[in-house]
Design a protein. Structure first.
Length: 163
């Protein structure tokens, strides 16, 4: 049975993606997940229930812990990368928010290549387009690459999503 790694399982999108995979595809995939802190898993246990939660292969891996993050990829055929520094967390400077995103992505890409991962899905955010109130289209505007927020004019969170 193939294994899917989800980073960011305790986030809003990650928790829903994980639950959908467990409810609809548990017969096709094993689910490995990474968390920065196991204490953050309790709400997930309540949301999933004990039976679904028990199916998770939980690994502790921060985006800046290259060894743990890469080790979590070993044995996986797929990666769904959803982890990102949390908005509202106190950072001393902008680089503290951008660095985990950039280095975590690099580590995952290198590990995916090393361990022959078949497919990797990376999500981002609409913040890439609208930025720090960079551009808010109205009506039936269809966003394209021309709408991306300019990196150097963006706030730290937007930069972390663009990086």
């Amino acid at each position: 049975m193939d294994t899917v790694l989800i980073t960011g399982i305790t986030g809003y999108v990650g928790s829903h993606v994980g639950k959908q995979l467990l409810e609809g595809y548990a017969d096709k995939f094993k689910l490995r997940v990474t968390v920065r802190n196991v204490k953050k898993l309790e709400p997930l246990r309540k949301e999933y229930g004990d039976e679904l939660f028990a199916k998770l292969d939980v690994r502790v891996a921060d985006l800046l812990d290259k060894e743990a993050l890469a080790a979590s990829v070993d044995g996986c055929q797929y990666i769904i990368h959803l982890a990102n520094p949390v908005v509202g967390t106190q950072f001393q400077n902008e680089e503290e928010m951008v660095r985990p995103t950039r280095e975590g992505m690099q580590t995952l890409l290198e590990a995916a290549e090393r361990y022959k991962v078949r497919k990797m899905i990376v999500t981002s955010s609409m913040i890439n387009m609208v930025g720090n109130v960079w551009k808010r289209a109205t009506g039936d505007h269809h966003y394209t690459e021309m709408d991306y927020a300019p990196y150097y004019e963006s706030d730290a969170y937007t930069k972390s999503k663009i990086a």
